[in-house]
Structures are given as structure tokens and as C-alpha cells.
Write a protein that binds this ligand. Structure first.
Ligand code: CP
Length: 317
């Protein structure tokens, strides 16, 4: 079953195959207009979303599928105490694929075990966001022509961010990628070291810096992550951590030549709007890639024969 529960489930070859599908979809969208005609895809979002749900829905519509959308669990019988698993079981009965987001860690496998149709993880607790990672990796590959040998900087609340953790796991599929970090722990974790296992790439620990200012000259891409103000009890601690990670236009003069800036969005104070009009901004391009990346993911999940033929798949797409 071509589920997508974790980026760990994909080999480098799988990821490169998905990239080829994305290229084809972007180049010739009309080839795919009816690729999923007759299919129904359920968007089961138990947490808020702008980009992920909208781009999945847009992708499904552009591929000719029908969408059953649950953007707010308060409109389901969960409100009256029905279990999460019974709710997801119904989605599996009525639809051909389920796209789900939930705040709990490790909930996707439990959902998977209740349904007999493909499941795509659209964001799981603090652990996984595989389709965001495909967007991030595809954006890197588009800009640099490949991902091997890149120096990747991540700054912010990395240890709490599913997008950051998923990205690091995705980067492990590539060769000789080096990770650089600016860690911004919540005040409850202040003083604790950055978890070594989280940042290890190719057997090497991440290079850690006290601030964005120190890191930005050493990396090809900087990925800015929210500092999660709502998780701090002490406003001064939040201000301290934000100050370390915040990226504004003034810092770009210290950047290495060719640096790009990425962010999965939504952003708050950690990424100034004055970076938007610079050539380093690739975060809007990431968001734009959402529809093509999620189209490729839906085609892979639903294994449509026409889509496979169109994509020229050597294996099920
Ligand atoms: N990047 C991302 O997951 O955005 P949303 O929360 O808006 O879906």
C-alpha cells in the first residue's frame, strides 16, 4: 500500500522518482486533468492548516478527484465523544485515500491500522511532515541542481518542529550533507543540550552556533523555524531565543554567496518581511510547489494506471 506516513519510509530512489513526477506535473499539467477522475479523497484535519490542506485540495481537484474535507473536527461526532479511530475508520469506508493531520505524535500508524485505503501524513505532532519535506527537498534540488554536499543551516525551535525534524531525516538520504544549527529551546528546556541524535547527518554531529549572525556565512541554505512564543512562560526568555534566530535583511550582507532562505510557513517574528523582496527568498516558492508536490503524492497513493503511464513510471508511482 503506497502510504506516506514518514519520510523515513522513502528511499533516495523513491524521492527522486517523486521529483520526476513533480517535474512532469509542472511541465504538462493538462496530462493529469482526469488522472484521478472517480476517486474521492478525504482531507481529515484535526489541527489547523492553510498551505497543506489548501494545496492538497487544489491538487485533488486539478487531478479530477472529488474531495471530502474535514477542516475542523468540531463538526464531527468527536465532539460527542466518538473515538478518533472510529472517526478515521469512517473516512476509510467512504473514500479512496485519506490525508490526515493530528497533534499527537505516533498517531498515524494507529490511523493506518484502522483503514484499508492509502494514508498520507499531512503533519503529525512534533514528529513528521513528509510532504513538507518533499517540498523542501524539491526546492533545494530545483535551486542547486542537487542536494548532495550542501551545507544546511536550521535556526529556531528545531527540537519541537515536525518540519525541521522531517527535513533532517530527509537530508539523511543524501550524501555528504552537513547540518549547522542555532537551537532555540523553550524556557523549560533552557540549558539542555541540542539532542545529538536529532542533528546527526552522515555520522557527523551538527555544527552549533550561538546565533544566526554567526551561522549565516557558513551555509548554502538557511531554514528558519518558529520559536513558538506560545510555549514560553517567561517573555524575556522568548525574546532572548528569538533574538538568536531572527533573520532580517540586514543579516544577509553576512551571508555566503548564493545563500537561499527557506521557511515552511506560517512565520511569526523569526523571519522579517523585509527579506521577502530579496533574491534569497525561496519560501514563497516552497509554498507554490505545494500543489505539484501533493499532486505527485496523491498519484503515488492512488496508483492510477494512466498517471503511471504518463509519468513513465518504472515502478508504481
Ligand atoms: N507548512 C505548513 O504545514 O503549513 P500549514 O500549517 O498552513 O499547513
Amino acid at each position: 500500500m503506497p502510504d506516506l506516513i514518514s519520510i523515513e519510509d522513502l528511499s533516495r530512489g523513491d524521492i527522486e522518482h517523486i521529483f520526476s513526477s513533480i517535474d512532469h506535473i509542472r511541465r504538462s499539467p493538462d496530462d493529469f486533468r482526469r488522472a484521478l477522475a472517480g476517486k474521492v479523497v478525504c482531507m481529515l484535519f484535526f489541527e489547523p492548516s492553510t498551505r497543506t490542506r489548501w494545496s492538497f485540495e487544489a491538487a485533488a481537484h486539478r487531478l479530477g478527484a472529488q474531495v471530502l474535507s474535514v477542516p475542523d473536527a468540531r463538526n464531527t461526532r468527536l465532539e460527542l465523544g466518538e473515538s478518533l479511530l472510529d472517526t478515521t475508520r469512517m473516512a476509510g469506508f467512504y473514500c479512496d485515500a485519506v490525508v490526515a493531520r493530528h497533534a499527537d505524535d505516533r498517531v498515524m500508524q494507529r490511523i493506518k491500522d484502522t483503514i484499508r485505503v492509502p494514508l498520507i501524513n499531512a503533519g503529525e505532532g512534533r514528529t513528521q511532515h513528509p510532504t513538507q519535506t518533499l517540498i523542501d527537498l524539491y526546492t533545494l534540488r530545483e535551486h542547486f541542481g542537487g542536494i548532495d554536499n550542501l551545507h544546511i543551516g536550521i535556526a529556531g525551535g528545531i527540537r519541537y518542529s515536525r518540519a525541521a525534524k522531517s527535513l533532517i531525516a530527509g537530508l539523511r538520504k543524501f550524501s555528504n550533507v552537513r547540518l549547522h544549527v542555532v537551537d532555540a529551546p523553550h524556557d523549560a528546556d533552557e540549558g539542555s543540550a541540542f539532542p545529538p541524535a536529532l542533528g546527526e547527518l552522515n555520522g557527523l554531529a551538527p555544527l552549533e552556533y550561538p546565533s544566526m549572525k554567526e551561522m549565516i556565512g557558513h551555509v548554502d541554505m538557511v531554514y528558519v523555524v518558529r520559536v513558538q512564543q506560545e510555549k514560553f512562560t517567561d517573555p524575556a526568555a522568548y525574546a532572548r531565543q528569538l533574538q538568536k534566530c531572527r533573520l532580517h535583511r540586514g543579516l544577509l550582507s553576512r551571508a555566503s554567496a548564493g545563500l537561499i532562505v527557506m521557511h515552511c510557513l506560517p512565520r511569526t517574528d523569526e523571519l522579517d518581511a523585509d527579506v521577502d523582496e530579496t533574491p534569497q527568498n525561496k519560501y514563497f516558492q516552497q509554498a507554490r510547489h505545494g500543489v505539484a508536490v501533493r499532486s505527485a503524492t496523491l498519484l503515488r497513493a492512488l496508483g492510477h494506471r494512466t498517471a503511471n503511464r504518463l509519468i513513465g513510471a518504472s515502478r508504481p508511482c
